[in-house]
Design a protein around this ligand. Structure first.
Ligand SMILES: O=C(O)c1cc(C(=O)O)c2c(n1)C(=O)C(=O)c1cc(C(=O)O)[nH]c1-2
Length: 233
């Protein structure tokens, strides 16, 4: 951006954000293999146990956004995400549904909860996402979550492809995704509206695009680390 770069119109700004879709982890070779039914049981276990770490920190990431945000309407809206993942009571919520998927692929709850399978690269990438949310302006942190714009379609395909290709996985085991698909389609649109409304200078718009690019790197690095951890054991 040069100092004289003009403000993007809402349409141009949204298009620039959506233009990052090719960098999204939907095109990562590990996801291609997952969808094609080519992952071994061991690779699926490694994926589920490692993504557990991501699922665990999402509420902390969202709490960091809330703590940095002075706008009551945004805080109110964002609170739902924490409750969505943590549930209203023990044994409920997205985190619990992820655990169900973990047990369906053959992991014990204990080995997921103690994080023994979490690869250093996954921990590093996920922690960087939380640090980003803690240290950057709230609107940039919210923009980094816009990968959800790309997630709905991918999760829909994942449910279909996993049911078709991994005979030991039942539809109920995929409740995490079937539940999340609806949430993501609504949240993705609402998040985009917030970012468009609150990025009022070209510099803020460019920072939001950079934030989404950073998040694509976080997710891509997670899958790189998962693929390499699964190949080692
Ligand atoms: O299964 C997926 O491919 C996928 C991707 C993403 C994403 O793009 O970050 C999220 C989720 N799932 C998801 O379930 C979820 O709750 C979620 C929260 C966030 C976020 O950054 O706050 N991303 C995602």
């Amino acid at each position: 951006m040069s100092p004289s770069s003009p403000l993007l119109s809402p349409e141009e700004f949204a298009a620039a954000l959506r233009g990052l879709a090719p960098r999204y982890w939907g095109t990562h070779p590990f996801h291609h293999r997952m969808h094609a039914g080519e992952l071994t049981e061991h690779e699926l276990k490694t994926w589920a146990a490692n993504r557990w770490y991501y699922q665990c920190v999402l509420p902390q990431k969202d709490a960091a956004i809330i703590s940095n945000c002075p706008v009551p309407e945004i805080r109110r809206q964002w609170l739902d995400r924490i409750v969505y993942h943590d549930g209203g009571a023990p044994g409920e919520g997205g985190t619990e549904r992820w655990l169900r998927l973990c047990t369906a692929v053959g992991l014990s709850r204990e080995e997921v909860l103690d994080q023994r399978h979490v690869a250093p690269g996954v921990r590093f990438a996920v922690d960087a996402y939380v640090t980003f949310a803690r240290s950057k302006p709230w609107v940039e942190a919210i923009a980094s979550g816009l990968t959800e714009m790309f997630a709905g379609h991918l999760m829909q395909r994942r449910v279909v492809d996993m049911l078709a290709n991994y005979s030991w996985i039942a539809r109920e085991d995929l409740a995490y995704f079937t539940n999340r698909i609806d949430a993501v389609s609504g949240e993705g649109k609402a998040t985009l509206d917030i970012v468009i409304q609150h990025c009022t200078t070209r510099e803020q718009q460019d920072r939001a695009i950079a934030a989404l690019s950073f998040k694509c790197d976080v997710l891509w690095s997670m899958l790189d680390a998962i693929a390499s951890a699964a190949a080692k054991e």
